[in-house]
Design a protein around this ligand. Structure first.
Ligand code: FES
Ligand code: FES
Length: 194
């Protein structure tokens, strides 16, 4: 016997019945056909299944669909639509900064980053803040450096009011040789009175 649920998924109202044991990740993939949400571990470890629920990043393999009743869900497909037919700044950032290789972790990374950036609205998040935000998402290929760069790219594009601080080397005063006093030559003035 199914349970009635009502959700808003990427802006679309969904009214249906689901088995109480159906995980949100499987509901999105198998019922809504939104296969951008990946399932990597099914044990809350990898973050590939992350979606944004009511503004917060959640691991959809860890929630039953009935627990998301009446929630607003945003998946990576919805993220693309927010960009008015263009790539969302996060997607553009991952492209421009080479933040992916196989791409398996990418939807989850982007949704986690989306929840982080829309909460902080900071155009210049620090590397430490970004790494902390994505600490529940694992990438087995890329390493995290370019992912951090991609998220900083998006932060700038989404909220840039001020330019990102640029690290400059500490200024060192130029060393110059001490100036020599010019040699004074006595000047004899001729025909000068007494
Ligand atoms: S599939 Fe959900 S955390 Fe890995
Ligand atoms: S790009 Fe392959 S797992 Fe992250």
């Amino acid at each position: 016997m199914g349970e009635k649920i009502h959700l808003v998924v990427n802006g679309a109202e969904v009214d249906t019945e689901v088995e109480p044991r159906l995980l949100l990740a499987h509901f999105l993939r198998d019922v809504c056909n939104l296969t951008g949400t990946h399932v990597g571990c099914d044990t809350t470890s990898c973050g590939a299944c992350t979606v944004v629920m009511n503004g917060k990043a959640v691991k959809s393999c860890t929630l039953f669909t009935v627990q998301a009743n009446d929630a607003r869900i945003l998946t990576v497909e919805g993220l693309a639509n927010l960009g008015d037919g263009k790539l969302h700044p996060l997607q553009e950032g991952f492209h421009m900064e080479h933040g992916l290789q196989c791409g398996f972790c990418t939807p989850g990374m982007e949704m986690t980053a989306y929840a982080f950036l829309t909460k902080t609205q900071d155009p210049n998040p620090t590397e430490e803040e970004i790494r902390w935000a994505i600490s529940g998402n694992l990438c087995r290929c890329t390493g995290y450096m370019n992912i951090v760069k991609a998220i900083r790219y998006a932060a700038q594009k989404m909220y840039a009011a001020q330019p990102a601080p640029v690290e400059r080397p500490t200024a060192v005063a130029p060393v110059t040789a001490p100036q020599q006093e010019p040699e004074r030559v006595p000047v004899r003035v001729q025909g000068g009175g007494e």
